[in-house]
Design a protein around this ligand. Structure first.
Ligand code: FMN
Length: 269
């Protein structure tokens, strides 16, 4: 599973120190290796590969040639501005998202962290406008039925204030967004609740850093959990549950000021 090229390895021990599950150990000669009985515990997190400056490590068939140069990452102030200025957008423009931005967003999904490096997240990106319209109109019909039958009041009493909007045909679930991304996890994933939200939170920040607007689809998560034909249309794999939904597109609103949210308590011990 983990290969060490002894021609390149300088036995510095960096990979041994950084292995989170301690399957890499230094042998008597100082070179790292994995005991056969430990191989199954390897998470394939590729820390050994990432930390090796010599390019001596191969992890699950991924080697130096498959890796990228590390690039500078934004400074602390820029990151903090991104967090402070990120807003939920519900007004959308019509201009297309540049192809390189699509590529950057979609490619980044492979790097999302998952509990125990489970890596079985599944993403569905709805990019086709006709498909998005299908979800919108089907959702509107279904939501109106749920209001008429009294099920909304019964199961989601807190959502009563949306009843008039739903009956008017407003898109309260997808907020008229042109695109959405849905993350699902296998029901037996060790961190099945957290993984989808974390992945789409990263996607959220990356999208906003690339000039896009985003809005969490909390209602959509509920709708997809209840309604199987939506899950089918989203190609959610068998045995997966929908975890998180993020709506996105070009924004048609610009925020002039950074606001001051009510503080949440932080204990620094
Ligand atoms: C878990 C979660 C679910 C949400 N679901 C929805 C939703 O279904 N529809 C919506 O319009 N906004 C939704 N939001 C957005 C919140 O309303 C929004 O984050 C909050 O009002 C603060 O505004 P801001 O994001 O611009 O700071 C959701 C946010 C979170 C964190």
């Amino acid at each position: 599973m983990i290969g060490i090229d002894r021609e390149k390895c300088v036995a510095c021990g960096a990979c041994v120190r950084d292995c989170p599950v301690h399957v890499l150990t230094a042998g008597a000669d100082g070179f790292p290796g994995v005991r056969p009985e430990d191989e199954d515990f390897c998470l394939n997190c590729q820390h050994c590969l990432a930390v090796c400056a010599q390019g001596a490590v191969t992890c699950h068939d991924v080697g130096f040639a498959d890796t990228l140069e590390v690039a500078p990452i934004p400074g602390g102030a820029a990151e903090a501005a991104l967090i402070r200025q990120r807003r939920s957008v519900r007004q959308w423009g019509k201009e297309p998202i540049p192809e390189e931005v699509w590529t950057r967003l979609v490619d980044s999904l492979a790097w999302m962290p998952t509990g125990c490096n489970d890596h079985r997240l599944h993403f569905t990106v709805v990019r086709d406008s006709a498909r998005m319209e299908w979800f919108r109109s089907e959702m509107s019909k279904t939501a109106q039925k749920v209001v008429r039958t009294g099920l909304l009041k019964l199961f989601y009493p807190g959502f009563r204030r949306y009843m008039d909007e739903i009956m008017r045909g407003d898109d309260v679930v997808f907020r008229n967004a042109p695109y959405m991304i849905v993350a699902s996890t296998p029901k037996d994933a060790p961190c099945r609740e957290a993984d989808p939200w974390i992945a789409l939170s990263y996607f959220d920040l990356l999208a906003q850093a690339n000039g896009l607007g985003t809005c969490w689809g909390g209602f959509a998560v509920h709708a997809f959990k209840w309604i199987r034909r939506f899950r089918r249309a989203l190609k959610i794999p068998k045995g997966h549950m929908v975890g998180a939904v993020l709506l996105f597109g070009p924004p048609a609103v610009a925020y002039a000021r950074v606001t001051r949210p009510s503080p949440m308590p932080v204990d620094i011990l």
